[in-house]
Write a protein that binds this ligand. Structure first.
Ligand code: PBG
Length: 325
């Protein structure tokens, strides 16, 4: 008996390619896009290096780039110029997302448009729902989400992505979409979304609350939970979700793997703003090789079992995959 020579799988690039178990494809990536109603031209988000807030006027630039790189799907976040108690701009037929969807579909009719559906970017208090006597009123919030989802579907969104972790949100939205004759519009639910510290740069970008207060613990999942993730995912499937999502991704690979074992639905994972920014800052400081860190962080998410990855790296990865061919 001799020891096994694992190096036989590895000692040339061709052998490594031959035995490679997991690969990244541009078609698995979803590009997040921020559209800001108050801007007349794009503006870089300082806490998210290389990522911009886009003005309606130049959103076609980002879409044209995405299409030329082979990206198939975008996830839209709107930043309205007016925020109020009820997030009234979210379902305004002439709101920023409704207009952005029309612009995008006019530029690239085939790109899959996913609309993040939550109130936090639209409310003056930055909470994900309607507040009543200091509490989040789940039932009233569901009515708002129904109206917003129908409005996005009406504007041409292919997929509605409720991200507020309201109880019953998937069921409420499915009913509303069916009732308004949008049976073909899908739901990608932020099923397993943790009350994470890694959303800081996003909240900075959207002006949706103090990133460090962690004030979403009463509706987002406790970071200690694992079995509860399966309950959340199971409930979303029962309610009619087409795609399950785990968020954040990189620190929750165990959860992705668990969902992958238990369910056959497509699974998306969101590599969130903080995960991305930390790597970008480490790259700037010369602590890690930027390209390798990008590939390693995304490969880990794919290897854990995600089918789709929402990532601020989408364009950079797509460019990399193109040069590799
Ligand atoms: C809520 C929403 C958030 C993110 C996506 N959708 C913020 C939150 O839940 O506090 C975070 C994404 C990121 O950090 O990249 N609409």
């Amino acid at each position: 008996m001799t020891y096994h020579q694992f190096h036989r799988y590895r000692h040339t690039q061709a052998l490594r390619d031959l035995f490679q178990e997991t690969s990244l494809n541009v078609t698995d990536m979803i590009l997040p896009i921020f559209v800001n109603e108050s801007l007349s031209q794009k503006k870089e988000i300082t806490s998210l290096p290389g990522v911009h807030q886009w003005a309606l006027a130049d959103i076609t630039e980002e879409i044209t780039t995405a299409v030329s790189l082979g990206i198939k799907a975008v996830l839209l976040f709107g930043i309205p110029s007016i925020k109020d108690d009820t997030g009234s701009q979210a379902d305004n037929p002439n709101g920023i997302i409704q207009k952005a969807i029309a612009h995008i579909k006019a530029t690239a009719p085939d790109i899959v448009v996913i609309a993040d559906t939550c109130l936090c970017e639209y409310t003056s208090h930055g909470h994900c729902g309607i507040q009543k006597e200091g509490y989040l009123d789940n039932a009233t919030t569901l009515l708002r989400l129904q109206s917003i989802a129908v409005s996005y579907a009406n504007a041409g969104a292919d997929i509605i992505a409720p991200s507020g972790m309201m109880d019953g949100m998937v069921y409420a939205i499915r009913q509303a979409l069916n009732h308004h004759h949008y049976p073909q519009t899908s739901i990608m639910s932020y099923s397993v979304k943790y009350a994470s510290s890694f959303y800081g740069p996003f909240r900075d970008a959207t002006g949706s609350g103090d990133p460090f207060k962690g004030n979403r613990k009463h509706h987002q999942m406790n970071i200690t939970q694992s079995r509860e993730a399966l309950l959340e995912a199971d409930a979303d499937i029962t309610e009619g979700a087409d795609i399950l999502m785990v968020k954040p991704a990189g620190y929750y690979l165990d959860i992705i793997a668990k969902l992958r074992q238990q369910f056959n639905h497509p699974i998306a994972a969101y590599q969130v703003s903080g995960e991305y920014s930390m790597l970008k800052l480490a790259e700037k400081q010369g602590i890690v090789d930027g390209q390798m860190a990008m590939i390693e962080s995304l490969t880990a998410i794919k290897r854990a079992g995600a089918d789709l990855i929402i990532t601020y790296y989408a364009k950079e990865l797509a460019s990399f995959l193109k040069t590799k061919k």
